[in-house]
Design a protein around this ligand. Structure first.
Ligand SMILES: Cc1ncc(COP(=O)(O)O)c(C=O)c1O
Ligand SMILES: N[C@@H](CCCC[NH3+])C(=O)O
Length: 486
């Protein structure tokens, strides 16, 4: 790991490059779509984001680090706000959430989707307007439901019959009438990795449309009308999706259910939430959709379906996560070793790995990478970028072309690291999680600090400290403190 402010550029172990003077220098431009909006290459090959050179960031904050382009994040919020002007846009906090992000989302006029008490706590800690929060989850605890209802969360998406009963009781106990949406499984197969596909019947989320449990959920919520107000339907068909056909089919089926609810209960529900899932480019092969096109197509489909069913068009909502934060961020790593296995492959090891990017191991996700601290020699082969964890599946990026003279001390950047990287990071091998550094107009600031070994040790009860079994340790209290230990 590169220590903040103490970095000495490493000397290359692979110095046996034949006459570098005759080998052309690498002058590959930054691929479109992959990099944060303000990313630029200086003449010496150093990447600049938000006006700051990444070698300065590494010296100041250490590596690995997530570098987030604030202007890009805010611009993407604004683009979604504009494209879905007549709809509610909920930023999906699961992609990446911290207090600063919650503030920017609020300032950008977006709503926020949270799916745990922890994400809700982040929103509360910055006073995020409660009525612009939506709470998801297939197994929210009673404590989480109480926290949500107590804070006045605008909408709770109910996901099971047990939850309808629980939430009705929690709302009744609090003396409020909670607005709810019903999560419907529309039976749509999204064209994406099956781990992130959530519209098909065989999965844990929601109430089946085809199987009739969605209609039954409607009955049950309406039967609890004293404490629950049914305002709409929700579906989320999956993530990292590149065409709108699946959303269109889901919209068609949900409008069908809205029409049946009207016919059966004489009730037109005012809201329809089509979830998130829009894909981004991780490599040059991905071709993401434009948000304006998606907005046009979704509103057109819903409008047409409602007209055909004789329904008033409900207020639409969408829940983008990845499409907002994904490409705003790069992960900055330092190369530690380069190992060439003749006839097999070259492994380039960096100072992070599956603890800050689990997506490669989990979904076989594809990434690209770039040498960003200098201009390298031409690229004639591809390498495998691996992490430092005790696991051979600890791959950051497969088959990446890197300059032939890549060497220890070099900085690599992996674009499109904003979504589901820091938020899914772990402490595997007791590795402390990297910081998130926001850059803008030539200034950098830490928005999530680097974890330290001390942070990890503090969670771990020292076996040398006797904790009196009669003393109740409050959550968060240090068991080694004199008040709780003897
Ligand atoms: C209910 C729900 N909404 C929104 C999202 C955000 O998805 P994405 O980051 O793909 O836009 C997810 C995650 O897939 C989700 O489960
Ligand atoms: N975590 C997944 C997406 C799941 C989104 C949450 N429902 C990813 O990295 O692609």
């Amino acid at each position: 790991m590169r220590q903040a402010r103490r970095h000495e550029a490493g000397r290359g172990e692979m110095s046996e490059i034949d006459s570098p003077a005759v080998v052309p220098l690498e002058e590959k431009p930054l691929e479109e779509n992959l990099w944060p909006a303000t990313a630029r290459l200086d003449a010496d090959g150093v990447l600049r984001i938000g006006g700051i050179r990444v070698n300065e960031l590494a010296a100041e904050f250490g590596t690995p680090a997530f570098v987030l382009d604030e202007a890009d994040f805010r611009a993407r919020c604004a683009a979604w706000r504009r494209a879905f002007a007549e709809c509610d846009v909920y930023y999906a906090g699961k992609a990446f959430l911290c207090r600063t992000i919650a503030r920017w989302v609020d300032e950008g006029g977006l709503n926020l989707d949270v799916c745990t008490g922890g994400e809700l706590a982040v929103a509360r800690s910055v006073g995020f307007p409660a009525d612009r929060l939506l709470f998801h989850g297939n197994n929210k605890s009673v404590a989480e439901l109480r926290a949500a209802v107590g804070y006045g969360v605008g909408r709770i998406v109910v996901d099971s019959f047990a939850e309808i009963t629980r939430l009705a009781a929690v709302a009744a106990e609090a003396g409020v009438r909670q607005r709810v949406l019903i999560r419907v499984t529309p039976g749509v197969e999204a064209h994406t990795h099956h781990y992130v596909s959530t519209g098909q019947e065989d999965q844990k989320f929601g109430f089946s449309l085809a199987g009739g449990s969605a209609a039954e959920a409607v009955e049950r919520v309406l039967a609890a009308a004293g404490s629950l107000e049914l305002v709409g339907l929700h579906a989320h068909i999956g993530s990292q999706i590149f065409d709108t056909a699946g959303f269109g089919l889901a919209a068609h089926r949900l409008v069908g259910l809205l029409a049946r609810i009207r016919d059966t209960h004489d009730l037109e529900l005012p809201e329809l939430d089509l979830g998130g899932g829009l894909g981004i480019a991780y490599t040059g092969e991905d071709a993401p959709l434009e948000v304006t096109d998606v907005a046009e197509r979704l509103t057109a489909v819903v409008g047409k379906e409602c007209a055909a069913a004789g329904l008033t068009v409900p207020r639409l909502a969408v829940e983008p996560g990845r499409a907002i934060v994904g490409s705003t961020t790069v992960t900055l790593y330092e190369v530690g070793t380069v190992k060439e296995l003749p006839g097999l492959r070259t492994f380039v090891s960096v100072d992070g790995g599956m603890s800050d990017n689990i997506r490669t191991a989990l979904y076989d996700a594809r990434y690209t990478a770039r040498l960003v601290s200098r201009t390298g020699l031409a690229t004639t082969h591809v390498v495998t970028i691996v992490g430092r964890h005790c696991e051979s599946g600890d791959v950051v990026a497969h088959d990446v072309p890197l300059p032939d003279d890549v060497r220890p001390g070099d900085l690599l950047a992996i674009p499109a690291s904003g979504a589901y990287h820091r938020s899914m990071a772990s402490n595997y091998n007791h590795v402390a999680r990297p910081p998130v550094i926001a850059v803008r107009d030539g200034a950098a600031r830490i928005i999530v600090r680097r974890e330290t070994e001390d942070d990890l040790l503090r969670l771990d009860v020292d076996p040398g400290v006797k904790v009196d079994p009669g003393v109740k340790v409050e959550p968060g209290a240090d068991p080694a403190s004199p008040e709780v230990a003897r």
